[in-house]
Design a binder for this molecule. Structure first.
Ligand code: NOJ
Length: 737
């Protein structure tokens, strides 16, 4: 399936028009199209006006003042020689004014329709402000929660990331780029950026080609096939060659193997940074390397502007390369309909924060929250039996941090904190006593702990809202320790001494290590940074107006030392087993070297994560039974169906994400111990059951072998259906030649 934006004859006509225009352009104008410059906060300096008139700018980013953008487009359309409109780029990562959960939170919904809707709302709002290109989705596979940008990602799994990445592209681009609510999407960061060593942003990525193809490139290939309009090159050095100058990546994979003919933009300064990496000698060398790799447009830095003329004169690059690149940029402008009308009606901005958008953001937040723990069904709280709750924690009444990282346009004044959300829901019926306990998540002043304990003691239940500030995740904001910052753990443990049911709501941009606070809690609701409508969503979940249904899109480690930790790991020659790993504290003094279990585990952490990929509870009680396959043996090229009964044995109606995992037992390249191959969201009333099935073909079992060929191999496979990657209901099947 793909979003076929244009039919063949429309494509031909656009390509002809673009080529014709290229034929009329001077070199200065061509290089102008390849240059993206930043805006100046609702101002157009005279030098920029001159450049726009002279056709020296192809795109502007980070300007969202509509009259200013309309004026820039007017200069291009009325005062420049060839009347070429501008691409207007903006990071609309998880909403424009109506902020949705951070992408990692959205990924926890495992709901492509919801993700598509969120991107559509974002596109509509951004387009109404003159934006026609966003730099999303970010589909970097992320397996290191220290990395701040994990917040912007769709998690650790190539299949989930591909499905949700496509949904985002569909939401942004719609079925027709030339629609006033559509904006061009951008698959970023191509590629390998998520594997930054030590989770430190911008760091080197060393990824074997086989792993690149089987894991990191999969989502990019999926969205390229699906019709994403643009790609962005990554900042990182990938296996010794910066991605922005990496011809294997940009030419061989993207253009030749995948046939991608859309625009590739560099990341901010990533062209000139190739010199800092030590890959090129100077800006001219960097510009040349980027051209040779096929980077059509330069973001922010200006090495194209200042060096392409000379590089052409010296025969270091070819005019045909430039013509092809300019042509791609112009084609995108034609597809977006900008030549016909690049202006936006200033009255259209009224759709921003529309009630439908806020409702969509609330539903997204509801589906994104993951219930990690619920001892004795302490949740949902009962509206009739609860007389009062103590609301404690530095994030309980925060309308800014709730929005999360990468929010350029959202404003705190529009978001609703947990406190307000709860007060609105509980109006009069349940008393809400509030005490932050700590001024910020980083505070070390414990002087308010007593007040927090006091309101806990005098309430029926305690809701604590803790976590990370927005700035603690996102670009350049990695952490070496991923515990709750400041004295939040101490606050939780102090409040627990009140002996009341303690419900922890965590807002964070990444998986945190929660080992030190889990024992003090009765329930944990992981809300990520849930966005503008986070407060009402959390209130509804806590009081059972809705059931949690999110599932983890990324594995939660117990300790930082377990990182990288992900479910789809290889088996090793010595896989660990429950009961087979001795804990460091249980080992006898002078334990003989080979006495503690000779398998792959940590003496001080075992081998299991805190919470596995795909995990998440609900107010239902889902049981899996009666797994079956349509065939126990299939031939290459055949399809096979897997099915299982899912029963809601609980007392509440709830949604469940049913997951299918496969293991290929023997491969010419060793295969992961489980791989997600399908998921479905279902809703079941209490005591109801549904038979859920999945169909795979042998193509769905394919992986890249050592010759970089995509192959499905005969042999024995296992299949699991369950509610997480820890699913235990399984059976086997065989694929014959
Ligand atoms: C740098 C970031 O890496 C990228 O994701 C973003 O789109 C650009 N800056 C533009 O702001």
């Amino acid at each position: 399936m793909n979003i076929s934006i244009l039919n063949e004859s429309q494509c031909q006509s656009i390509s002809d028009q673009a080529k014709k225009l290229v034929g009329e352009m001077t070199l200065v104008e061509k290089i102008g199209q390849m240059s993206q410059v930043f805006g100046h906060n609702a101002k157009i300096p005279n030098s920029m006006r001159e450049d726009l008139r002279a056709g020296k700018i192809g795109s502007v980013l980070n300007e969202v003042d509509l009259p200013t953008l309309n004026e820039m487009q007017r200069i291009c359309m009325e005062e420049s020689r060839l009347k070429i409109p501008l691409l207007i780029g903006r990071d609309v990562i998880h909403g424009f004014k109506t902020i949705f959960p951070i992408p990692l939170g959205q990924a926890a919904s495992w709901d492509p329709d919801m993700v598509e809707k969120g991107a559509h709302v974002a596109a509509k709002e951004a387009a109404s402000k003159g934006v026609n290109w966003t730099f999303a989705p970010m589909i970097d596979i992320s397996r290191d929660p220290r990395w701040g940008r994990i917040a912007e990602s769709l998690g650790e799994d190539p299949f989930l990331c591909s499905q949700l990445g496509k949904a985002m592209v569909k939401g942004f681009q719609g079925n027709d780029l030339n629609h006033k609510n559509s904006i061009a999407a951008c698959a970023k960061h191509f590629a390998g950026y998520g594997a930054a060593e030590a989770g430190k942003d911008y760091n080197t990525a060393l990824i074997p080609e086989n792993e690149m193809r089987n894991v990191y490139l999969r989502p990019f290939q999926a969205v390229a096939d699906f019709g994403v309009a643009t790609f962005m090159s990554a900042f990182c050095d990938l296996n010794g060659v910066p991605a922005t100058g990496n011809q294997w990546l940009m030419k061989q994979i993207l253009r030749q193997e995948w046939g991608f003919d859309g625009v590739v933009v560099s990341d901010w300064d990533s062209i000139v940074e190739m010199t800092v990496h030590g890959f090129t000698e100077d800006d001219a060398g960097a510009a040349r390397a980027a051209i040779q790799a096929g980077i059509d447009m330069e973001m922010a830095s200006q090495s194209y502007r200042y060096h392409l003329h000379e590089l052409l004169q010296r025969g270091k690059i070819d005019i045909d390369q430039i013509n092809t690149m300019v042509s791609r940029i112009l084609e995108l402008k034609f597809e977006l309909g900008l030549f016909e009308n690049p202006f936006v009606d200033e009255s259209e901005a009224a759709i921003i924060l529309h009630p439908d958008h806020l409702e969509a953001a609330k539903q997204a937040a509801i589906k994104s929250c993951v219930l990690l723990k619920n001892e004795n069904n302490v949740l949902p709280l009962s509206l009739s039996k609860t007389k009062s709750i103590a609301l404690i924690g530095p994030l309980a009444d925060d309308d800014y941090e709730i929005m999360g990282t990468w929010v350029f346009d959202g404003e705190a004044q529009h978001s609703i904190s947990c406190k307000t959300g709860l007060e609105n829901l509980l109006e009069g019926e349940v008393e809400v006593k509030y005490e932050p306990g700590l001024e910020t998540v980083r505070s070390t002043d414990e002087s308010r702990f007593d007040a927090a304990i006091a309101i806990a003691q005098s309430s029926d239940a305690v809701v604590m809202v803790v976590g990370e500030e927005s700035f603690m995740s996102g670009e350049a904001h990695s952490r070496a320790e991923i515990d709750l910052p400041g004295r939040q753990a101490q606050l939780i443990n102090a409040v627990a001494s009140a002996g009341k049911p303690l419900i922890l709501v965590v807002m964070a941009g990444r998986p945190l290590t929660l080992e030190n606070v889990l024992p003090a809690t009765d329930a944990v609701l992981y809300a990520w940074h849930p966005g503008t409508m986070g407060g009402p969503a959390i209130a509804d979940l806590l009081f059972g107006e809705s059931s949690p249904s999110g599932k983890l899109p990324v594995t939660f480690p117990k300790k930082v030392g377990q990182i990288p930790i992900y479910y789809a790991h290889k088996n090793t020659g010595r896989p660990p087993q429950d009961g087979g790993c001795v804990n460091i504290n249980d080992a006898p003094v002078r334990a003989p070297q080979t006495s503690l279990g000779m398998t792959s585990f940590h003496l001080d952490a075992g081998f299991r994560p805190q919470f596995p990929f795909g995990f998440g509870l609900s107010y239902g009680d889902f049981r899996y039974e009666n797994i079956a396959t349509s065939h126990s043996v299939i031939n290459m090229g055949d399809e096979i169906q897997f099915s299982a009964d899912v029963l809601n044995a609980g007392a509440h109606e709830a949604e469940e994400v049913v997951q299918l995992y496969i293991r290929d037992l023997v491969g010419s390249v060793t295969r992961p111990i489980k791989e997600l191959k399908g998921f479905k969201r279902i809703k079941l009333k209490p005591k109801c059951r549904e038979r859920v099935s999945f169909i795979l073909s042998t193509d769905d079992l394919a992986f890249y072998d050592h010759q970089s060929k995509l192959v499905s191999e005969p042999g024995l496979y296992h299949a699991w259906i369950g509610g997480s990657s820890d699913a235990s209901l399984w059976m086997e099947f065989r694929v014959n030649e």
